[in-house]
Design a protein around this ligand. Structure first.
Ligand code: FES
Ligand code: FES
Length: 159
């Protein structure tokens, strides 16, 4: 069974005919060509598929695309402002928090949601905010440093 759904992604409307059992990550990647969102475990474990739904982080591998209709979806492609990287993107590059890069889009989306709800997070709050995202390469310290640097940059603080 399929349905015509209208997905709002990064401020753009995408009418798309999809099977009702398709997960959101698959539709973003395969139908809309937004391959920044990664698929790792497909089982709500790794966070590689993290996107924002109305600002809240969601594992898109485990969310039906049809349920996203009427909600604002933000993917990693929506972070930069044209050619200008989002501060989180700039800082994760500067701190060396990107190695293979597979976890990076999901990390960035969780970090963005964290800083939106808590612009001045402690180290512990950053760790908790990113606890749904696994990284096999970096040991996490440089990713945490990037989030902290972004908080300092945006707020002039960052506990
Ligand atoms: S691919 Fe979605 S949580 Fe791993
Ligand atoms: S940079 Fe490779 S999984 Fe995180």
């Amino acid at each position: 069974m399929s349905d015509l759904v209208n997905l709002q992604v990064n401020g753009v409307a995408y009418p798309v005919q999809i099977a009702t059992d398709r997960n959101l990550s698959g539709v973003l990647r395969d139908e809309l060509g937004l391959t920044g969102t990664k698929e790792g475990c497909d089982d709500c474990e790794c966070g590689a598929c993290m996107v924002l739904l109305d600002g809240q982080p969601v594992n898109s591998c485990s969310y039906l695309a049809v349920q996203a209709q009427g909600r604002e979806i933000t993917t990693v492609e929506g972070l930069a402002d044209g050619d200008e990287l989002h501060p989180l993107q700039r800082n994760i590059l500067a701190t060396g928090g990107v190695q293979c890069g597979f976890c990076t889009p999901g990390m960035l989306m969780s970090a963005e949601a964290l800083l939106e709800r808590n612009p001045d997070p402690t180290d512990e709050e950053i760790r908790i905010g990113l606890s749904g995202n696994l990284c096999r390469c970096t040991g996490y310290a440089r990713i945490l440093a990037a989030v902290k640097a972004t908080a300092v940059e945006l707020n002039g603080s960052g506990a």
